[in-house]
Ligand binder design. Structure first.
Ligand code: SME
Length: 137
């Protein structure tokens, strides 16, 4: 796809805007299904560098959302047993699946250094963001 770079640039700009606008959004990234593989691949992000650029379906919060098709709000990451730690500073996380033509093709993942900051407002807001993002994919 020859507009691939453009789309990634746009996604990066969205990550940056979200991270700069909402004080408890510390790490913001988009993962997408990696071709035909049963895994997620990190497309773009802002925040601390992470080693977790590929996540198998089922693994961690992200991997679970790839299979459940449902939002996953984690008020306290330390209380999760199927969790992949990216940074010791992270206290909480929200992952919202991204649907294109009804199919779960990826997700927005947000880590926070604030304990338990995410509400239903964040869920509705990020669902809206993902709907808008789906239009440019
Ligand atoms: N914590 C995630 C891994 C991705 S990082 O947050 C960037 C998880 O458990 O799936």
């Amino acid at each position: 796809q020859n507009n691939d770079l453009d789309t990634t640039d746009r996604l990066h700009a969205i990550c940056k805007l979200l991270q700069e606008s909402i004080d408890y959004y510390d790490w913001v990234g988009f993962y997408f299904k990696n071709g035909d593989k049963e895994e997620l691949k990190l497309r773009t992000y802002v925040g601390e560098e992470t080693d977790h650029k590929i996540i198998p379906f089922g693994k961690g919060i992200c991997g679970q959302v790839a299979l459940s098709n449902e939002n996953f709000v984690v008020p306290d990451v330390q209380a999760q047993d199927n969790y992949i730690a990216c940074s010791i500073n992270v206290k909480s996380e929200i992952v919202v699946p991204l649907f294109k033509n009804g199919e779960n093709i990826g997700q927005i993942d947000i880590d926070s250094e604030t304990p338990d900051p995410f509400t239903e407002k964040d869920e509705r807001f990020l669902e809206f963001i993902n709907q808008e993002v789906a239009k440019i994919l």
